[in-house]
Write a protein of this length. Sequence first.
Length: 207
Amino acid sequence: MANQGIKDPKNDPVNSGRRRFLTASTAVVGAVGAGFLAVPFIKSWNPSSRAKLAGAPVTADISALAEGQRLIMEWRGQPIWIVKRSKAILDALPTLDGHLRDPKSENKDQQPAYIKGETRSIKPEISVLVGLCTHLGCSPEMKAEIRPEPFDPEWKGGYFCPCHKSRFDMAGRVFQGVPAPTNLVVPPHYYENDSTIVIGVDPKGAA
């Protein structure tokens, strides 16, 4: 009888709710951890969060980058795509001019002055782009193979935004008749050496 006023903590609804919350929280943390394991990255490539917000440059080692591969960095909170293009892709770029809104990259806001030509790059085989669609800032999918696609039976490789169907070639040049108004942005960058790109800084002597 003396124990009638004492509740068993195991049967207390508050404690039971707290146990369920802690169990659920542990499961969520576990899932997030697994997600990070599924996406390998090299942390040393990334500066501190404060440096990113300040626009500090980031450095990328491209020595292991193979044809058709993309390395994704982060600079100023934006994804930066570094892609090694094949000769077939480079040969296809001039054939697309008639399908593009700005094939000669005449909109000077989309790339530094030292980025010229149809490749829109310092080295023809290496493309460096901000990976955000110029329509509403979505992140397009890379469709790098030259093969028919549901959205373009004569696809020559490039980027496709499934959100609103904008298309860009492998130089980030926008196609005609899509919502995106301009080419993908080329960020300032330079080569520290043959295998190292610095994003966020212009080459020495660049106008």
